[in-house]
Design a binder for this molecule. Structure first.
Ligand code: G6D
Length: 349
């Protein structure tokens, strides 16, 4: 393993640095201390061809101007909070409504838009990028001084493990995820519509027109949401199911993981032979198929932004859980530790 770094620009008077980790079996990952953003992820296809399988930019300005959370850690609360408000121990909190009438991905300046401290650790067959950030009490309207740690572990077995730790000095809410957009065809040469996706999930969360969970869990049986035995992503945009249509003709839904088998999720690309397997300790995963990825800008240097160019697998607790007592709790109290684990394994078939 080897790690190199280089300054790629400045934001708000602070330097932004890119770190590149190179494994011995072809995997190379580059990320920024800004938002822990994964900007490039190179893995081999079945012929050994090394290509990038994530959406990103090669400059910081494009991230600021165009990025829909490409590659970023999002939070303090991933997903939406209805009307940007919640009550904790009888106190009402009101936060930015940065997505229509709702709060999304930690607000106007969420964790994807701050510069984290970064230390590196290297061993023979793995390397770690250890990001830390002290989120002050009241940041984006969230209570508590929260100490955050994100660790990316990259191995010579072409795996990426993402772990989050969080502690607080007073009761708060916390639910982080990574918002990387994957496209296993390589260099986004095709959309993900022909990718095959498998998710070990019997239920998904019904969304309202604002993409907020209604609280109802819907059965995947007999719908385009049934990924238990594998299904082409294209089935979503082609589906007449009201939830596929409501999401902008695709998926933007939390799936409740059965947690009976690992990997919980598998993505396959017949064209390249690449596969991605996901294991996690989280109870849910939001599948987003880039239904809203449109705009007049280039991604990865030469790819025009277009819908269905990639898919996100945002492992997390259920969105808006603070307003749904029957969802797994996102409350973190003083003396408790928040911990989240997700492993991405890249293989070929
Ligand atoms: C859209 O609804 C989707 C979100 O799920 C996604 O995270 C965002 O675009 C990037 O708002």
């Amino acid at each position: 393993m080897e790690i190199t770094k280089k300054k790629i620009g400045e934001l708000g008077g602070s330097e932004v640095t890119a770190y590149t980790v190179k494994g011995k079996n072809g995997m190379t990952m580059t990320c920024l201390d800004y938002g822990c953003i994964i900007t490039e992820f190179i893995v081999p296809d079945r012929e050994g061809k090394l290509e990038n399988i994530v959406l990103g930019f090669d400059n910081i300005e494009d991230y600021v101007e165009h990025s829909p959370y490409f590659g970023a850690v999002v939070g303090r609360i991933a997903g939406r909070i209805k009307e940007g408000r919640f009550t904790l121990d009888g106190k009402d909190y009101h936060m930015a409504k940065n997505n229509g009438e709702n709060h999304l991905h930690g607000g106007e300046r969420g964790l994807d838009k701050v510069i984290w401290n970064l230390e590196t650790k290297i061993e023979t067959d793995k390397a770690q990028l250890i990001f830390t950030y002290e989120s002050p009490d009241g940041e984006e309207g969230y209570p508590g001084n929260v100490s955050l740690r994100t660790v990316y572990t990259i191995t010579d077995q072409n795996e990426l493990v993402i772990e989050y730790n969080g502690t607080t000095d007073k009761k708060t809410i916390l639910n982080l995820t990574n918002h990387t957009y994957f496209n296993l065809s390589g260099n986004a040469k095709s959309t993900i519509l022909e990718h095959t996706l498998q998710i070990d999930s019997d239920k998904f969360l019904e969304l309202d027109s604002g993409l907020m969970p209604t609280g109802r869990l819907l059965d995947v049986e007999g719908t385009a949401f049934d990924f238990r035995n594998g299904r082409k992503v294209a089935d979503g945009p082609a589906s007449s199911h009201p939830q596929n249509i409501l999401a902008g003709k695709g998926y933007d839904h939390p799936f409740v993981l059965n947690r009976k088998k690992q990997p919980a999720i598998k993505v396959s690309c017949e064209e390249s032979g690449r596969t991605l397997e996901v294991e996690t300790n989280q109870p849910a995963v939001v599948l987003y198929t880039s239904n809203q990825l449109e705009g007049d800008f280039l991604i990865n240097g030469n790819v025009k932004a277009e819908r269905y160019l990639a898919l996100c697998l945002e492992t997390q607790k259920h969105p808006d859980a603070i307003n749904h007592p029957d969802f797994p709790s996102v409350v973190l109290d003083k003396g408790e530790e928040y911990y989240s684990y997700t492993k991405y394994s890249f293989k070929v078939e």
